[in-house]
Design a protein around this ligand. Structure first.
Ligand code: UD1
Length: 370
């Protein structure tokens, strides 16, 4: 029997890569198959990640594409079920909190196939966030829950999940980071894309935004872009833009504002380009979950443009500050960064590059115990 690994969206790719490598490298290798749901399909959102992270081509691509949450989730479920019938796995392994994660978990559990969730137990406390619903439900359905930080176990216990099924192993996202840093594409190469290149050696900030709560509402997005424009008059900003955000900026007619600022906008960067620019950035401003973790691992100050985080250890131990989306609070945090050089932190326990190895070990034991 094999373990069926599922990926769907960009933040899944850097989590599955080290896990699949650890499965092959285990003392008793763990056979696996890979399904890509096709939730993310653009070359910039998918293909470059498979190549750079050395993920094997998926055994199956469900090709679901975009849609409303209901349509996308339902379509994944319909197309995933026949794979379970054709090649019944010993377990289905899902990562993170995207629609592909909950959709495949729900199909598997109803067929009495055990679900393994990597990155379990994270909670923002904000149920308006689609990922929060995906997290809560996936954890309820899972047989084996691997966590990245110690707080997660308490969240799961509060929701009635048997602690015996919860295993603290560390953060596979940081495994990928550590395995890839020496391959990172130098920031200078990415700067060359711009008519007015950033100057190597001069401080710059890195920005990403894609949460529906930040980009789908014209007023919120306009405020955030205005704040970023003003910051960019003091320190240039590099803004690799998610397709969702790009579509909203165009729909709301906000391109002009960006063009006349110190913000360099580009399409989504590949993983190795992103690592290259992140490593060199003085400050990161983001609403991404992964970037909150990566900046903590790299010791780069991060301002999170959200009202909550499901990754509190990046605040208590790491370099992250939750600043919300109000202009005055973001400016205040930016001024503090300018005065102090930004928040220092330390790397959280077990973010050591070996989480996938621990996961493979535990799954190996669990398969033997049957
Ligand atoms: C998804 C995840 C989010 C994750 C993010 C990372 C869910 C609920 N959300 O959000 O947690 O942080 O991925 O990127 O699963 N689009 C393209 N090309 C693509 C994919 C998407 O153009 O390859 C555009 C489409 O207009 C689409 C929109 O982006 O409608 C949103 O895509 P979707 O997969 O629904 O969610 P994300 O916003 O990417």
């Amino acid at each position: 029997g094999h373990v069926l690994c599922v990926v769907g969206a960009r933040p899944n790719f850097m989590k599955i890569a080290p896990i699949m490598r650890a499965f092959s490298a285990a003392a008793v290798p763990i056979p696996c198959r890979l399904v890509h749901t096709g939730q993310h399909y653009d070359a910039a959102m998918k293909a470059s990640f498979f190549t750079q992270l050395r993920i094997p081509e998926p055994d199956l691509d469900l090709g679901v594409g975009s849609g409303s949450h209901a349509v996308q989730t339902a379509e994944i479920m319909k197309r995933f079920e026949p794979e379970l019938d054709a090649n019944p796995p010993r377990a289905v392994l899902v990562v993170g909190d995207v629609n592909s994660t909950i959709a495949c978990s729900l199909v598997a559990v109803k067929k009495a196939i055990p679900v393994i969730h990597v990155e379990a137990g994270l909670r923002s406390g904000d149920r308006a966030m689609p990922e929060e619903i995906n997290r809560i439900l996936t954890d309820q359905l899972s047989d084996l829950l691997f966590t990245t930080e110690l707080d997660a176990a308490a969240n799961l216990q509060r929701e009635g999940i048997d602690p015996a099924r919860v295993l603290f192993v560390g953060n596979v996202m940081i495994d990928s980071l550590m395995q890839s840093l020496e391959l990172a594409i130098p920031a200078e190469r990415t700067f060359e894309r711009f008519a007015e290149p950033l100057v190597a050696g001069e401080p710059f900030g890195l920005v990403t935004l894609h949460r529906p709560s930040n980009v789908d509402d014209p007023e919120v997005l306009e405020t955030l872009l205005d704040v970023l424009c003003e910051i960019s008059a003091d320190m240039p900003l590099l803004f690799p833009m998610h397709p969702r955000t790009r579509a909203k900026v165009e729909a709301f007619g906000l391109e002009g504002r960006l063009a006349s600022s110190g913000i360099r906008v580009t399409g989504p960067l590949s993983y190795l380009e992103m690592l290259g620019v992140m490593q060199r950035s003085a400050l990161v401003l983001t609403d991404s979950g992964g970037l909150q973790e990566e900046t903590t691992a790299l010791g780069i100050p991060c301002l999170t443009l959200r009202h909550s985080t499901e990754r509190p250890i990046t605040v208590t131990e790491g370099t992250n500050t939750i600043v919300g989306t109000a202009a005055d609070r973001i400016f205040a945090a930016y001024r503090e960064f300018r005065q102090t050089g930004g928040k220092a932190g330390r790397v959280p326990p077990l973010w050591d590059g070996r989480a996938a190895e621990r996961i493979a070990g535990k799954i190996g034991d669990w398969l033997v115990a049957g």
